[in-house]
Design a protein around this ligand. Structure first.
Ligand code: DQA
Length: 149
């Protein structure tokens, strides 16, 4: 199984950006943590981060036929991007939404998630662990689909 882990804008500044909310770990730390989890779970992972909406759409499109699932933290584009929602719907790969912070306890403008409308599950408020949970969920989800077939 191959999953694409996508991070949206400003996630490249993890460690620096608002450490009280997002913690002190960097994006490289997150990717190392997930690489280890992937090895433990026997899942292959690819990583993509961009600050640009179109680049995120391109990465989702490029996952079609290459990846079995997507774990996505669209960051601020969560709350604005119909393009990312449409891309997830277009490729129809199982996707899990992740937010490091407890988005549901933050500002009103963060209370809508467009990307989430195309995701089978959302994890929030768990920091790095949310991404690991998303990988485990996707693995089980796909195993369930295989058993059904
Ligand atoms: C975030 C939450 C978003 O509202 C915010 O814009 C981010 C990060 C999170 O991981 O908690 O950049 O997606």
């Amino acid at each position: 199984m191959k999953f694409l882990i996508i991070n949206g804008p400003n996630m490249n500044l993890l460690g620096l950006r608002e450490p009280g909310i997002y913690g002190k770990g960097t994006l490289a730390d997150l990717e190392d943590f997930l690489r280890q989890a992937g090895e433990t779970e026997g899942v292959e992972l690819a990583f993509f981060q961009s600050n640009h909406e179109g680049a995120l759409v391109d990465a989702i499109q490029a996952a079609y036929g290459e990846m079995d699932g997507i774990v996505i933290n669209p960051a601020a584009y969560t709350h604005t991007s119909v393009a990312i929602l449409d891309a997830l719907k277009a490729v129809a790969l199982p996707a899990v939404e992740v937010h490091m912070s407890k988005v549901d306890e933050r500002e009103p403008f963060r209370q809508v998630s467009y990307a989430g409308m195309a995701c089978v599950k959302t994890y929030m408020g768990l920091g790095f662990e949310g991404y690991r949970q998303a990988i485990l969920y996707l693995k089980d989800y796909l195993a369930g689909k295989e058993a059904e077939a």
